[in-house]
Design a protein around this ligand. Sequence first.
Ligand code: FAD
Length: 446
Amino acid sequence: MTQNLPNQRTHAVVIGCSLAGLFTARVLSDHFDQVTILERDVVNDHPESRRGQPHTRHLHGLLAQGFRIIKDLFPDLEDSLVKGGAIISDMGEAIRWYHFDGYKKQFTSGLHAVSVSRIFLEWNIRQYVTQLPNVTIQSSCAVRGLAVNDERTRVLGVHVVSGNDGAAETTLDADLVVDATGRGSSAGKWLEHLGYDRPPEDEVKVGVGYATRLYRRRENDLVGAKLVMISPTPPTQKHMSFLFPVENDRWIVSAGGWLGDHPPTDESEYLEFIRRLPVSDVYDVVRRAEPLSDVFTYKFPSSLRRRYEKLTRFPEGYLVLGDAIASFNPIYGQGMTSAAMQVQALDRLLRQQAPLTGLWRPFFQRIATVVDIPWQMAACEDFRYPETVGKKPAMTDLTNAYLTKVHRATQHDPVVYAQFLKVMNLMAPPTSLMHPKIVWRVLRGS
Ligand SMILES: Cc1cc2nc3c(=O)[nH]c(=O)nc-3n(C[C@H](O)[C@H](O)[C@H](O)COP(=O)(O)OP(=O)(O)OC[C@H]3O[C@@H](n4cnc5c(N)ncnc54)[C@H](O)[C@@H]3O)c2cc1C
């Protein structure tokens, strides 16, 4: 193992080749001579859901902020997505969204959404990253731990087990190691093993269950909108369903429920779950559509946030990001955008020539700021259900009382809806909904 010079930027290792890992490698390729992504699964050159990321089979909505950052990171990506059949549309016009007992008003919002399957999005991004001359993806490589100096103050690389039989263990040197291994990250365990504290965790138990199916999409399946979202009115209703168009003329449909009230997987019961939603927009499409897949399920017990910013000791040369830091209730569609924003924060720090020594402090502080807003937005909504367990953000009930009026105003007032969409898409701060112009319209409406 080389005792690398502090602050040299020769080689970076990214653990995990899902979206957060790919975003990270793209950014680090601007700052390091060489970047290696290590992925435990076999990574094939086609869109697929791997063993290490089963959630990628489910419907994924990308917020406008995430789309904006991704387009910056990957010029031409939008073109290749569209060529491959992704649908780009104006969010206000495209979404038929039933929420709080009414449809939100459809209008031209200027916010653009891409509707595409998660696996196709990742494959396009992976192709881009694969073509970067200084990035290498090594698949079937599981990282088993961190290699450190004698004092255990600096990470010098990673211990890797590669190949199908897992027999060959090697150590790979790196000036920086970024852990993008998702919610199941072993970072806490590895840190503890080296004599550091695990990060404290915040958890909001939501008991969400998803069931997803693909269907063939035909021209006139849905008239007057491109996608449908049916959200519940808490606390009495707990079920949702979203129907999004994706590439290859398919619909992806996810149905879900909070707090253990989960959709069934049996074909007819699944349809019945969708039929019983308060409006029939999703049911009207899927009851006639040809199914193209089984019904896949996913259980998501809790939103989980690891507070690395609270640690006072941390090894140099090591960072953690993506779902490994914050895994949000997926119903709000924040995870990919949060990962993109975190990677953008890392890029900005490195562009400011922040030395690698000590980088972890400003990095985790910035990540905490990035995560704060989506975390609080998701938690606030989840605490509308009294059975939700966890740390309730301050003023949740008051905020929710006002947001209920906002939701109702979005059904008739495009100005309020426009602002709400910007906040939901992390393009504007939640406080902007408290601007007197918006408050007046919200209260007038109610
Ligand atoms: C059901 C569901 C629906 C979702 N819907 C949305 C949505 O609508 N919108 C949205 O923005 N987000 C959504 N998300 C979140 C989104 O999927 C994630 O935020 C996104 O995939 C980024 O995750 P990640 O790259 O940090 O981690 P992951 O996708 O979990 O990837 C981690 C990777 O690390 C690899 N790995 C793990 N351990 C090791 C190791 N030791 N060595 C090497 N490799 C390793 C794994 O194999 C995997 O490839 C949803 C999540 C779920 C669960």
